[in-house]
Structure formats: structure tokens, C-alpha cells
Write a protein that binds this ligand. Structure first.
Ligand code: 26Q
Length: 812
């Protein structure tokens, strides 16, 4: 596609799709016309990919996820199609700057954080590796809220991402399914006189598909992200109409459509949120019905379902799919229970993303019965057969059987979704080596003992296209000039950079790239916050959701410690540092919101104190998301991965930093362990207790205050927060935080404080030798190839899904 062709297409879209003459068109109009131009191009690949699927007898990977945190599409599609230069040229000739048009795109924030972004990286890798795949999820009208910081506090603003339309999706009004809720079940006799059960629901909604093309990098494969939107059912409206209840009919419509209104902004379940259960069942039912329809469309018998579809459950959020597939096969397709169960277990795989017991999803039985009475019966039947087999073949005692049950009978009865997912899947995986090991020893121990062969590890990965090639064009240019561009799809080739870490001229170029990225971030931060940062300082960055287990407060205790040292001795020679934070807190997470306030409060004091602000600054980047993440990762010198050992399942931000040449200060948690193994312990700043040590300490009886008494710097930092020093004398705002730390400190912040500070002092020492720092930085990038989502997806395809590459030919 040449620049003149692109230009013509943009002008055509302005006229025919948007209806504005170029002279009146706004930047948004140009963005849309360009997006439609690019979409046309994708559509050729899309049609051929669907065609290949329909014509050949192929297996497709179906990734079921309540979240897809895609980030902006335009830049990524230009990169993957390889037409960025032509487009830049074309829009320039029309008087536009491509970067300005890119900035017009509202990012689809249909996820909370790690889990949703992982789904997006996996979609990119599936297409790039030429594997047929469907991503199935929810088209939330409102995604994750926009965060504003007012007076240091987080404010949540609704995310109206669809307000200017969405040129990337195509509505498919012909692809709709009915999803039922409520009512009761009853016995009846079928035509053959056999007694059967049927579900008589009392409500239904319609799900409509919205498809977004997912283009692979420089290949013809273009997969589909299919998101479901809830609509009212006409048939139900009619009933109300005939009885004259017009407003009632409209009410029904409103209630139906609320199902896909808004993403729950918590990355942990809250008990008993019925709308959340409705959302989960809604999208899972639509997706499974869609697969059965595709099977029928190819004239395939139901028995072949597991040969045609591998269905991966992204955490337990879609795990109701196990019961729903059974219902579709047994009640609607009249398969025997045994046949249906074989199909189900062969079809599903389950990925666990958490060890925190409070984050494991369970649903109160009464709520479940009210919304999904037939599924409850099916779950009882699955459970009865499962527990009977456990008793028979494994001779397990009652305690054991109770622990394995799909129903938690301690207190109010609840359905354990992780147990449902385990029983219904042939493969169960964690998301980093340590996490998968801990799963087998803790939350899924009983299942591991039953079925060790089902358990495996799939260490997470991130896409090098978005998080290197697109986010860090300068570094990418330098790498490609040095070792060729094979690394973009074969990140193990980054190893070829290793010898260049000894090349002073290369190191200088490496530093200049980092410097320029830091300048860009500093410009952005100045614009967003008014805080000025000097790009020659160390950029020490922690961006991720705000959570106590991630310990942003440990980081801020380090800042306060340096502040105190400088106040005591303003001439102290410390390496100047900019502390950069970013991340959203769940709106109802009281402590997390105070941590944000504390970061901003400390920043206000530090940044305005002439005794310290020539060596220390603190900035909180508001509204951390995919888009500004792409500015942040390439500009970091130091990556903070300081969660309490055993709590972070994997982390993926840690990988994005490492690939972009940041050094990590981190605990032995999640994928940090593997990052350190890859880059070498001499190129990683390790501190803190191990998982075993944290468990032992807590067993012994952890007394956080003892650490305050034993460490004068910690005592001084805590005293300062409590005294109101950072809060204009207010001693109340941070009291809950301070009390929580001093009295219980569930994530061992105090226990790790001394080692963290000592390690940070070591970091400062290494920073003083820029040549050595740069050498380490290059080696981090060179050895991070393992953390590509291509590696992860290859493992899923080969070891769990049995999904092979299918090259797509473009017929002219
Ligand atoms: C569940 C029920 C009701 C409402 C919300 C939820 C919910 C939503 C989102 C529960 C959890 C999440 C998100 C979890 C998450 O992002 N986990 C992260 O997953 C990453 C990808 O595997 C890991 O790298 C992180 O370690 C893990 O914390």
C-alpha cells in the first residue's frame, strides 16, 4: 500500500464514511478516516483467515476472558502491517502529523490490569504465530475508570470510551444468542417417553457480537476478538406490548442492557455481586453457543467439539462454562452425561492467577440458585460423581472429601469456582514457575494429589511488538541496526547484543536512547502534574495496581528515609533520583486509596523543599494505562518489583521493564525469580525474605513493631508520617495506614524494610558508575527473550491446546 493509495482511501472515507469535506474535518475525523483505511486493509486478511478456517479441518484456540486490556489499536496495526512510513507520509501531505492522529484514539480499557493485558498480549502472539484463535469477552460500555488526582486523592471518572464511536469494531447483528436467567427446573417426558429435565427461565437477554480484527505481525493471519453486548429480547418486549405495558417493556430493555454496562473495577471478587455473576454467565453462554454454531456450520458432529476447539479459562471468571457446556450438550443436544463430560474435560484448560485465598472466587448458593437453577443442579451432579470417584478410587477420608468438594459447607454454603474449573479441565496451570509450584502446595494441593498430570506451568510473557517495537522506537532502531530485526518475532536473538555490552561506543548510544526516552516522559509528567524531573537523574519507577501486597508503601518509606538523611545533612552526596509512581486503586479499597494519598503527600513536601529537591523528586503519574505505560517502561532505569514473596502470581510489568533495559530491584516473587535466573544474579538487585521465610515468620508470630524499635531510620520515617509532617499537621489521614503497619503488617513491609534500604543503597552505588550500569542494562535486554508472549503462546499451543500454525494465503 503506497502513500498515494493511502491518501486516496483516507479522503474517500472522509467523504463517504464520515461525511465531512477535508476542509471542515477535525483531527478526530482524520483519525477515524485513517483507522477505517487501515481496517479495510485488515479486512482482506480477516476474510482469508475466516475462509481458511471454514474450508480446512482446523482447530482453533478460544481464549475466554472477562477482560481484554487491548490498548490503542492504530499504532499497533500500522506496525504489524508494516505501513507506518507510508501512512506518516500520506497524512503529512494532508497537513496532519501521524503522532497527533494517534493521540486521538481513546484506548479500550476493558480490563483492570495484569490479567486483562495478558489476554491482549496473547491475542497478538496467536496471530503473529499464525495460530487460529478467537478471543471471547465482554463489550463493556464503560471500561476501567479514568483516574484523576485531586488534592492527592484518587477520583474516579467514568470511562466513556465509545463516545466518539469505535472504528475498529464491526457489529454483527446476525450473530446473536439468547441467554436465559432465573426461573425453575422441571421434569418432562420427551418424544421417546424418556424422563428429562428442562429449565424454565423467567428472563432472557440477547447477546450481540462485536468483532475486532487482531492482525499478526507481518503475516496474513488476522484473528478475531469477539466481544458480546447485551440487548433486550424483542420477544419479551412483545408480551409486555400486547398487555399494554409499554413502560414495563422499556424497563426490561434497560435492565437487560445493564449486564454489559460496566467493568467491575476490582481485581478481587466482592462477595455476592449478582450483576458480576450475570456478566460472567452471559458472555460464557454466548461464546459456547457460538462455538457450537460454528461446529454445525462446518457439518461436524458434536462429538468432535474438542478436536475443533481448545477453550482456555482465564482465571475462574469464565469457569461457569464447565456447567454451561454440560447443559448445552446434555439438555439441548441430548448427549449422555458420560459423553458430555468427556467432551467437556477434553475441551477446557484452566489458568490460575492468584494464590491469595481471599481472591478465590466463590458464589453464595442462594444467589446461584436464583439466577442459574439448572446450573446448580448440574454442579451438584458433577460434584456427586466426582466425590464418589474420590471415595472409591482414592479411598479418601471425609475431611479430604470436604476439602475437595465444589461446595464449601463451612458457614453459608458457597460454590467454589476454582474447584469447578479444576474438575472440568484436563490442564491446570499457574503463570510463573514459583506460582505453579506454590499452587501445588497450597490452594490446589488436594487436586494436585489427585491429578498430578493435569498440572503444569506457563510462565507469562508480553508482546515485544507493542512493548518494544512500538513503545521504544529508538531502542528498537539501535537493536535492529546492530543485530538485524529478527528479534521482533524471535526475542531469543536479543542474546546477540551481549558482546556489545563491552563496546563503549554502543553503550554510549544505548545511554542516549534512554536519555531521550526519559526526556519524553519528563515532558509528559510536567504536562500532567506540573512536576519537573531531570532526565539525568535515576528514574526509579513503580507502576501497577495499588495493592498492599505489592507494597508501594515500602517504596515510599525508602523515599522518606532518603528525605530524612538529606534533612539531617543537606550536603549528603546521594545519587539524584526521581521516584515515579502510577496505578489505580479499586474504588472501595480504603487502604490502597490512602497509599496514593501518602505518595502524593510525601511528593508535595519533597518536591517543594529546597533542602532536598535538588536530589529527590516524587511524581505520581495519573491514570496509568496502556497508552502512558508505553511512555513509562522505556524511560525507567530502575524497576520496582517489591511484592511480598509468594503473593504476586507472576507480574508482567516486570518483563516490560527488563525488555526495555531497566534494572530490577525485587523480591523472589512471581516471575522475578525467572528474570533473575535469565539476566544473572549480578545484574539484578535482590532483597527480602523468601516465601519459606515469610511463612516461618508468620507462624512464629510476627511482631511488626519490634522492627520499628530495632531500626532508628524506620522509626523516624513512621514517626514523621504519624506526626502529620506530610499532611499539614493532620494526624488522622494516615493513622489507618500507620496503625495497620504497626499492629498487623500483613505483607511484612517492616520485616523487609532494612534489607530493602540496604539494597537501594547498593543500587545507588552502582548508578554512580554509568558504564557499568549501562553494561548491566544491555545484558538485561539481551537476556530477557524468554519473556516474550510468543514463547508462552507456543507452549500453550504445543502442550495444552494442540493448535498448529496455519499460513494464510492471500488470493488476489
Ligand atoms: C473477580 C470476581 C468479581 C470481580 C472481580 C474479579 C477479578 C477481576 C480481575 C479478580 C481478579 C482480577 C485480576 C487479576 C489479575 O490481574 N491478576 C494478575 O494476573 C497477572 C497475569 O497472570 C499476573 O501477572 C499477576 O501477578 C496477577 O496479580
Amino acid at each position: 500500500m503506497s502513500a498515494p493509495e493511502i491518501k486516496k482511501s483516507i479522503l474517500d472515507h472522509l467523504t463517504y464514511s464520515i461525511g465531512r469535506p477535508p476542509s471542515l474535518a477535525s483531527k478526530q475525523d482524520y483519525y477515524k478516516a485513517l483507522a477505517l483505511t487501515v481496517r479495510d486493509r485488515l479486512q482482506q486478511h480477516w476474510v482469508e483467515t475466516v475462509q481458511a478456517y471454514l474450508e480446512q479441518d482446523l482447530k482453533v484456540a478460544c481464549y475466554l476472558s472477562a477482560e481484554f486490556l487491548m490498548g490503542p489499536h492504530l499504532g499497533n496495526n500500522l506496525l504489524n502491517l508494516g505501513i507506518e512510513n507510508e501512512v506518516r507520509q500520506a497524512v503529512k501531505e494532508m497537513g496532519c502529523e501521524l503522532d497527533e492522529l494517534l493521540a486521538e484514539e481513546e484506548e479500550p480499557g476493558l480490563g483492570n490490569g495484569g490479567l486483562g493485558r495478558l489476554a491482549a498480549c496473547y491475542m497478538d502472539s496467536l496471530a503473529t504465530l499464525e495460530r487460529l484463535a478467537l478471543g471471547y469477552g465482554i463489550r463493556y460500555e464503560f471500561g476501567i475508570f479514568d483516574q484523576e488526582i485531586r488534592d492527592g486523592w484518587q477520583c474516579e471518572i467514568t470511562d466513556k470510551w465509545l463516545r466518539s464511536g469505535n472504528p475498529w469494531e464491526i457489529a454483527k447483528p446476525e450473530i446473536t444468542y439468547y441467554v436465559n436467567f432465573g426461573g425453575h427446573t422441571e421434569y418432562y417426558r420427551d418424544e421417546a417417553g424418556a424422563e428429562r429435565i428442562r429449565w424454565v427461565p423467567d428472563r432472557a437477554v440477547k447477546g450481540m457480537a462485536y468483532d475486532t480484527p487482531i492482525q499478526g505481525y507481518r503475516v496474513n493471519t488476522c484473528n478475531t476478538l469477539r466481544l458480546w453486548s447485551a440487548e433486550a429480547c424483542e420477544s419479551f418486549d412483545f408480551q409486555a406490548f400486547n398487555t399494554g405495558d409499554y413502560y414495563g417493556a422499556v424497563d426490561d430493555k434497560v435492565i437487560s442492557e445493564t449486564i454489559t454496562k460496566v467493568l467491575y473495577p476490582n481485581d478481587e471478587p466482592e462477595i455476592g455481586k449478582r450483576l458480576r455473576l450475570l456478566q460472567q454467565y452471559f458472555f460464557v453462554s454466548c461464546s459456547l453457543q457460538d462455538m457450537l454454531r460454528l461446529l454445525d456450520a462446518q457439518g461436524q458432529p458434536t462429538q468432535r467439539f474438542p478436536e475443533k476447539f481448545a477453550v482456555q479459562l482465564n482465571d475462574t471468571h469464565p469457569s461457569i462454562g464447565v456447567a454451561e457446556l454440560m447443559r448445552l450438550l446434555v439438555d439441548e443436544r441430548r448427549l449422555s452425561w458420560e459423553d458430555a463430560w468427556d467432551i467437556t474435560v477434553l475441551t477446557f484448560g484452566y489458568t490460575n492467577h492468584t494464590l491469595l485465598p481471599e481472591a478465590l472466587e466463590t458464589w453464595p448458593l442462594p444467589l446461584f440458585r436464583e439466577l442459574l437453577p439448572r446450573h446448580l443442579e448440574i454442579i451438584y451432579e458433577i460434584n456427586a460423581r466426582f466425590l464418589a470417584s474420590v471415595r472409591e478410587t482414592h479411598h479418601q477420608d471425609d475431611e479430604h472429601v470436604k476439602r475437595l468438594s465444589l461446595i464449601d459447607e463451612n458457614g453459608e454454603k458457597r460454590i467454589r469456582m476454582a474447584h469447578l474449573a479444576c474438575v472440568g479441565s484436563h490442564a491446570i496451570n499457574g503463570v510463573a514457575a514459583l506460582h505453579s509450584e506454590l499452587l501445588k502446595r497450597s490452594v490446589l494441593k488436594d487436586f494436585y494429589e489427585l491429578w498430578p498430570e493435569r498440572f503444569n506451568n506457563k510462565t507469562n510473557g508480553v508482546t515485544p511488538r507493542r512493548f518494544m517495537a512500538l513503545a521504544n522506537p529508538k531502542l528498537s532502531e539501535l537493536i535492529t541496526r546492530t543485530i538485524g530485526d529478527g528479534w521482533i518475532t524471535h526475542t531469543e536473538e536479543l542474546r546477540m547484543l551481549e558482546p556489545f555490552s563491552e563496546d563503549a561506543a554502543f553503550r554510549k548510544e544505548w545511554r542516549l536512547v534512554k536519555q531521550s526516552n526519559k526526556q519524553q516522559l519528563a515532558d509528559y509528567i510536567l504536562k500532567q502534574t506540573g512536576i519537573e524531573l531531570d532526565p539525568s537523574w535515576m528514574f526509579d519507577v513503580q507502576v501497577k495496581r495499588i495493592h498492599e501486597y505489592k507494597r508501594q508503601h515500602l517504596n515510599i518509606l525508602h523515599v522518606i528515609t532518603l528525605y530524612n538523611r538529606l534533612k539531617r545533612d543537606p550536603k549528603l552526596a546521594i545519587a539524584p533520583r526521581a521516584f515515579i509512581f502510577g496505578g489505580k486503586a479499586a474504588p472501595g479499597y480504603f487502604i490502597a486509596k490512602r497509599i496514593i494519598k501518602l505518595i502524593n503527600a510525601v511528593g508535595e513536601v519533597v518536591n517543594n523543599d529546597p533542602d532536598v529537591n535538588k536530589k529527590l523528586r516524587v511524581a505520581f503519574v495519573p491514570n496509568f494505562n496502556v497508552q502512558n505505560g508505553q511512555l513509562i517502561y522505556p524511560a525507567a532505569d530502575l524497576s520496582e518489583q517489591i511484592s511480598m514473596a509468594g503473593k504476586e502470581a507472576s507480574g508482567t510489568g516486570n518483563m516490560k521493564f527488563t525488555l526495555n533495559g531497566a534494572l530490577t530491584i525485587g523480591t523472589l516473587d512471581g516471575a522475578n525469580v525467572e528474570i533473575r535466573d535469565e539476566v544473572g544474579e549480578e545484574n539484578f538487585f535482590l532483597f527480602g525474605l523468601t516465601t519459606e521465610e515469610t511463612l516461618r515468620l508468620q507462624q512464629q508470630g510476627y511482631r511488626p513493631y519490634a522492627y520499628v524499635e530495632g531500626n532508628s531510620e524506620l522509626a523516624e520515617a513512621i514517626r514523621l508520617i504519624a506526626s502529620g509532617h506530610f499532611s499539614h499537621g493532620d494526624t488522622e489521614v494516615f493513622r489507618p495506614l500507620v496503625d495497620n503497619l504497626c499492629q498487623s503488617d500483613p505483607f511484612l513491609v517492616f520485616a523487609d524494610y532494612a534489607d530493602y534500604i540496604a539494597c537501594q543503597d547498593k543500587v545507588a552505588g552502582v548508578w554512580k558508575d554509568p558504564e557499568n550500569w549501562t553494561r548491566m542494562s544491555i545484558l538485561n535486554t539481551a537476556r530477557a527473550g524468554k519473556f516474550s508472549s510468543d514463547r508462552a503462546i507456543r507452549e500453550y499451543c504445543d502442550e495444552i491446546w494442540d493448535v498448529r500454525p496455519v499460513p494464510i494465503m492471500i488470493k488476489d
